[in-house]
Design a protein around this ligand. Structure first.
Ligand code: FAD
Length: 267
């Protein structure tokens, strides 16, 4: 079937209406730029004067707009806006048992601070992941809960990968392969043992705490006294964004806050 196509000497704009068309476009134009909410790309074009010869809007691709509840969690199409994501997470929190939705509560708490309504109404979850910015607010949460990503390419088909320590390969780089696009992101239900924060990731995966340790003052002292948090989140002098001493102190403050919030829940 036909799809919208605008063409000039400078730029081609395509708006496919199915996933198959989108994947074929990506195969034909590997360097094409997918534009979803345009809140990142707009900045690159306006302030960094970047130019993309072929731009593709996936706005009409059903699979990228769907939200489904699966056995694993809630699966969000890559183009789902942050406002819609918030609505679905809130509904799940209101209707499902608390122990299954703790991760969602973490996302809801964070989304309050994510930009303003105008940005959240158009910015997508997929755009945030694929932008792979080190200052993304969502990516640390997605890593902490081990969210699952679905990529697709015309010939290779679909594949699923976890957002783990290997997923982000560097500044604005992910494990996406050259002809792939992002289809969906699944945020898993929490289980009894999973804690919903970045620090749970540190504690569980990076063994900041010694084995058999209890959630009490000794753990707090251990994590702080040995500078383990500072070692896990190194910030060299002159790191982008500045205020290095302040940000290092924040790491400890956030850990202390997380420690107290877990303590309240388990007491
Ligand atoms: P786009 O700009 O459309 O795309 C971003 C990147 O993702 C592009 O490289 C694009 O090609 C790629 N992409 C998009 N969809 C796909 C797909 N399906 N498959 C493969 N690649 C794809 N970010 C924060 O984390 N926290 C904030 O508080 C925050 N505040 C902001 C405030 C302002 C005023 C602005 C302008 C931006 C802010 N951002 C913030 C950054 C931005 O809003 C987010 O990163 C947003 O989620 C990007 O989504 P988007 O749909 O607009 O992405």
């Amino acid at each position: 079937t036909e799809y919208l196509r605008f063409e000039s000497d400078r730029c081609t704009w395509l708006r496919p209406t199915s996933l198959q068309q989108l994947l074929e476009i990506k195969e034909t134009y590997p360097d094409c730029k997918l534009v979803t909410g345009n809140t990142e790309i707009g900045i690159e074009v306006k302030f960094q004067k970047r130019h993309f010869k072929v731009m593709v809007s996936p706005a009409f691709v059903k699979e990228l707009r769907e939200v489904k509840t699966t056995d694993l969690g809630i699966q969000f199409g890559a183009s789902v806006t942050l406002t819609d994501m918030e609505k679905h997470l809130r509904l799940a929190v209101q209707t499902m048992p608390e122990e299954r939705t703790r991760v969602f509560i973490g996302f809801l708490e964070m989304l309050k601070w994510f930009a303003g309504h105008q940005i959240r109404n158009v910015a997508s979850l997929g755009g945030n992941v694929m932008n792979a910015s080190p200052i993304s607010d969502l990516n640390p949460l997605l890593m902490a809960c081990n969210a699952e990503i679905e990529f697709a390419a015309a010939k290779q088909g679909h594949r699923r990968v976890k957002i783990d320590t290997d997923f982000f390969r560097g500044y604005k780089k992910t494990r996406v392969r050259p002809l792939e696009i992002l289809v969906s992101i699944t945020i898993p239900f929490s289980s009894e043992v999973r804690k919903d924060a970045y620090f749970s990731y540190l504690l569980e995966e990076e063994s900041v705490c010694p084995e058999d340790s209890k959630w009490d003052n000794s753990l707090l002292e251990y994590a702080c006294s040995k500078d383990l948090l500072q070692a896990d989140l190194p910030l060299p002098v002159g790191a982008p964004g500045g205020m290095v001493a302040y940000r290092k102190t924040l790491t400890l403050s956030f850990f202390f806050r997380f420690y107290l919030s877990v303590l309240q829940r388990i007491e």
